[in-house]
Design a protein around this ligand. Structure first.
Ligand SMILES: Cc1cc2nc3c(=O)[nH]c(=O)nc-3n(C[C@H](O)[C@H](O)[C@H](O)COP(=O)(O)OP(=O)(O)OC[C@H]3O[C@@H](n4cnc5c(N)ncnc54)[C@H](O)[C@@H]3O)c2cc1C
Length: 404
């Protein structure tokens, strides 16, 4: 038995039989081949920041932490080839040294690139898709120990399955990312009355490059954050309660936050237009039923739609609403009560955060579900990369997964 594994929040805890940390693609292939031959299963893991048991396995856990760094750049195509285990923080620093950057990133920079891409991790900004939309190509070790090398120009349909694939199609060994020239962003945070934010929502979303807000249930207060290119800050006439914080610098320095306190999180993505009404109902429900037990904030963001089959923002510009809750407290009553509101507004869960849906309820939410299911079955007919959680999440019991 290998050592036990715990995810970041501490709610996922298991002991794999074997914990491997390959150093190159050949080693990944050999381990996958042996695993498949012995009829066992394997789960790739990034930094273990997901709070669903995506990485859980009783057999082989494969960390790609020894496969890190940027391998090459193409300035002509504005792309970089990145090893899968590269931490997002390292990626930002390496790209910046070359005068390059990703157009967006999530709220923290602890994740591995493959892990962040694989669950559709997103930041905020009406015109920016989740991180998987930066992926132009992948090399991936498949269940038979072979390697596929796909690019969006040569394999557009398969790339739509591969981008958000939860490690269920294979193990990424190289990820090609679309880049942009590095530039500064001006971050402003200020406190505003919640009703003022709701009244000015369209302006805030449309006129800022990036906009999000935290709502604090105990005080019913809202802290807005915007990021814009210096000199391009929109002139919004909002009654504010004063500037809270500001910063200027490249995206990898001004966007991510340090998160020392551990928390659990549920996050759903709703159609953009449903966001304000959904938030109003969430706020109302928390104020009436949960406020005495909930001290943590609620986060509201926007994400551009995309065409990746299992992307939570597939086919629609989206709003995400996330509830954070102290990791040492029970989260179920709170999260699953509010989850009903998310679902009533057409929400799709973030794959890496708490939710209660199984494949029979997930499938109707995704118009291209069956294409992903077909690619998964073709690439991994024996389920080398499945665990109990993925089987429940991706395989419809009635065999609905099989239809195409
Ligand atoms: C403090 C905190 C802040 C967060 N902030 C945000 C945020 O701002 N926005 C957001 O959208 N999400 C956010 N998340 C969620 C987080 O980004 C996702 O859960 C992400 O997937 C975690 O990355 P990881 O490297 O830890 O991957 P893991 O959790 O280890 O794995 C995630 C998935 O990727 C797969 N995977 C890993 N490596 C490979 C590989 N080489 N090949 C194929 N599949 C692979 C795993 O099998 C698994 O299915 C946050 C989470 C935490 C704990």
């Amino acid at each position: 038995m290998a050592e036990g594994f715990r995810n970041w929040s501490g709610s996922i805890d298991f002991t794999p039989t074997r914990h491997v940390e390959p150093t190159d693609e050949d080693e990944v292939r050999e381990i996958v081949r042996q695993t498949a031959e012995s009829g066992r299963t394997l789960r790739p893991v990034g930094r273990g920041h997901s709070s669903m048991p995506l990485m859980e396995t009783e057999h082989t856990l494969m960390s790609l932490r020894n496969m890190r760094g940027v391998v090459s750049y193409s300035r002509e195509r504005m792309e970089a080839e990145v090893l899968p285990g590269t931490f997002i923080r390292e990626l930002g620093q390496e790209l910046h040294r070359e005068g390059l950057a990703t157009e967006n990133m999530g709220d923290v920079d602890f994740q591995a690139v493959a892990g962040a891409v694989g669950t559709g991790t997103h930041g905020t900004g009406r015109r920016f898709g989740n991180l998987s939309t930066l992926v132009t190509g992948v090399r991936m070790v498949t269940a038979d120990g072979g390697v596929v090398d796909w690019h969006q120009d040569t394999h557009p349909e398969l790339m739509r399955s591969a981008r958000v694939s939860l490690g269920a199609l294979g193990v990424f060994t190289l990820i090609r990312l679309r880049l942009e020239p590095a530039h500064d962003l001006h971050r402003l945070s200020w406190c505003v009355d919640t009703e003022v934010v709701l009244d000015h929502m369209d302006e805030l979303v449309e006129r800022n490059r990036m906009f999000d807000f935290y709502w604090y249930p105990r005080r019913d207060e809202t802290q807005v954050r915007t990021l814009n290119r210096p000199g391009h800050e929109p002139d919004l006439d909002l009654p504010t309660r004063g500037l809270y914080e500001q910063d200027l610098g490249p995206i990898h320095q001004v966007l991510p936050k340090d998160q020392e306190l551990r928390y659990e999180e549920i996050e759903y993505l709703m159609p953009l237009e449903a966001g304000p009404s959904c938030f109003r109902q969430v706020r109302d429900r928390i104020m009436r039923h949960h406020r005495d037990r909930v001290g943590w904030r609620v986060l509201y963001r926007t994400i551009a739609g995309d065409d990746n089959h299992l992307s939570p923002s597939h086919g629609r510009d989206s709003v995400s609403i996330a509830l954070l809750h102290n990791a040492s407290l029970p989260y179920q009553d709170y999260f699953f009560d509010i989850e009903r509101i998310f679902l009533a507004h057409g929400g799709r869960p973030h794959w890496g955060k708490k939710h209660s849906l199984t494949a029979d309820r997930l499938r109707p939410l995704y118009p291209e579900w069956d294409r992903f299911a077909r690619d998964r079955r073709d690439l991994d007919p024996q389920g080398v990369f499945l665990n109990d959680h993925l089987r429940e999440s991706l395989v419809v019991p009635s065999g609905g997964e099989e239809t195409s």
